[in-house]
Design a protein around this ligand. Structure first.
Ligand SMILES: [Zn+2]
Length: 481
């Protein structure tokens, strides 16, 4: 890093898990991240021009003065005739109104097949019931999808992110070959520059087997390629769907949802291991982490695979023993310090005393696990400096009064930067890919107080030696070759 007329050269960022398409799509629906009451959310819905269906995202009951989940009756009160679908910030639960149930032909009687995934009286849909909501959307065209990617790329380059591992096959109702087509077209025409490694999310063994059989070329046009296999084994803590080994502190009798039986998960792992693919596996609750480790251990043995770069995505509830097991099996951890921004406020309620063995990211690093930072955006902001600040302070700016969550788990800035670059490059088996990427910043992050990190401005973003964003020249991207 060098000082040059108050401009500082800095390494570019690599976000190890987000939803590139989801970021673009979220910018086109109602956003409730800043709303602090149910009434404010309802006022926004009411003022929305009568669309065919109203979609929104970003509410979090912990941020609302009412401190409760949205409810079907809230939505019915302001919107009795138009379907309304409001995803919680985590994307693992949605509140819908009575008209949405009616359009989906879901009645109290016929929802039994979905078990706990549909709470009809409260209007809440969880996990495997969520894809039903696609029936209320207009199916986007390839051109709509390309537009969303363009919007998201611009936002990411402006914050200094040049490389992403991204899960996009699950973000829209479009079949994944069309997502591949959209990306091929964008990169071939030089409309996208960000280095994209797709986390290939195909949730069933038949879909995955079919994908592998096609033998698609991993290297695609320009800076994008097909990457590791992505799987989700449970939900989120906020939605009470992360799979726990003991009951939720605030919901006795409830332990969340495991998406697969051991047998089903083993089948998916075997397919990936036999094809020499790495897996990035979403697991938040300790029961989900336990399942991933034990089923993967068996699969590695069964398929005779010794070399791999598998990773657990999130791993918030990995306890000390599971961390040792992760290390022994050679797992990396794809984690999101920025989750603390929203989660600190609920850990006590959800987990009680168990909260003292959560988000052990520094312990993982000390054990020798590659800790890879990301944001899971649009779940949280993709701002690298906000994420770095969260890793260093372990505190929420939103809820500063709650104090630090486990101060011994804080990172130093230099170490945190490694978790945003080198460790992530290990995951994609391309340690040199960002050698000619860098940023020009307005401040030296090493010379300012930690709580000013969020204010650092990116003046220029460079990929492979080419400027792809220049704060003083808004046309850079479109005019670059
Ligand atoms: Zn995600």
């Amino acid at each position: 890093m060098q000082n040059n007329n108050k401009e500082y050269r800095f390494p570019a960022f690599f976000d190890s898990h987000l939803h590139f398409l989801g970021i673009g799509m979220s910018s086109k629906i109602l956003d409730f991240k800043e709303d602090r009451s149910i009434e404010a959310i309802l006022a926004k819905i009411k003022s929305t021009a009568s669309a065919k269906a109203i979609f929104g995202r970003g509410w979090n009951q912990l941020d609302l003065v009412e401190k409760r989940m949205l409810d079907k009756t809230d939505l019915d009160r302001v919107c009795p005739n138009t379907p309304v679908v409001l995803l919680r910030v985590c994307g693992h639960v949605a509140c819908i109104n009575s008209e949405a149930f009616r359009r989906l032909d879901l009645t109290f009687e016929n929802i039994q097949a979905y078990g706990k995934s549909i709470d009809y009286p409260r209007g809440l849909l969880y996990e495997d019931a969520l894809p039903l909501l696609d029936h209320l959307r207009d199916v986007p065209s390839i051109s709509d999808i390309k537009d969303c990617f363009r919007i998201a790329e611009k936002m990411l380059l402006e914050t200094g992110v040049t490389t992403i591992l991204s899960d996009d096959f699950s973000s829209s109702p479009l079949p994944y070959p069309l997502i591949i087509q959209a990306l091929d077209e964008l990169y071939r025409q030089n409309e996208c520059h960000i280095r994209l490694i797709e986390q290939v999310n195909l949730p069933t063994a038949s879909l995955l087997a079919d994908y592998l059989k096609q033998g698609l070329t991993q290297k695609r046009p320009g800076n994008w390629r097909l990457g590791p296999i992505k799987l989700l084994t449970d939900g989120s803590l906020g939605a009470h769907t992360a799979a726990l080994r003991s009951d939720y502190h605030d919901q006795p009798g409830q332990r969340g949802i495991l998406n697969y039986s051991d047998h089903e998960l083993g089948e998916l792992f075997d397919l990936a291991n036999l094809a020499k693919k790495d897996c990035h596996i979403h697991a938040i609750g300790d029961a989900a982490i336990e399942q991933v480790l034990s089923v993967m251990e068996q699969s590695l043995r069964r398929t005779n695979r010794s070399e791999h770069r598998h990773a657990i995505v999130h791993a918030q509830m990995a306890d000390y023993q599971q961390i040792k097991w992760m290390k022994a099996l050679g797992f990396s951890a794809i984690v999101q310090p920025i989750f603390l921004e929203s989660d600190i406020a609920m850990l006590d309620a959800r987990l009680g005393q168990r909260k003292h063995e959560t988000y052990l990211f520094k312990t993982m690093a000390n054990e020798g696990i590659k800790v890879c930072f990301g944001t899971d955006s649009p779940v949280e902001s993709f701002s690298p400096f906000t994420n770095l600040r969260a890793a260093i302070t372990r505190q929420s700016v939103k809820d500063a009064s709650l104090g630090q969550h486990l101060p011994k788990e804080t990172f130093q800035l230099a170490e945190a930067i490694g978790c945003y670059g080198a460790n992530n490059r290990y995951l994609i088996r391309d340690e040199k890919c960002m050698e000619r990427d860098y940023l020009i910043l307005d401040k030296n992050p090493f010379e300012i107080p930690i709580d000013e990190l969020d204010d650092v401005q990116v003046l220029r973003t460079v990929i492979k030696g080419e400027t792809v964003f220049d704060k003083h020249d808004r046309r850079t991207l479109s005019s670059s070759k």
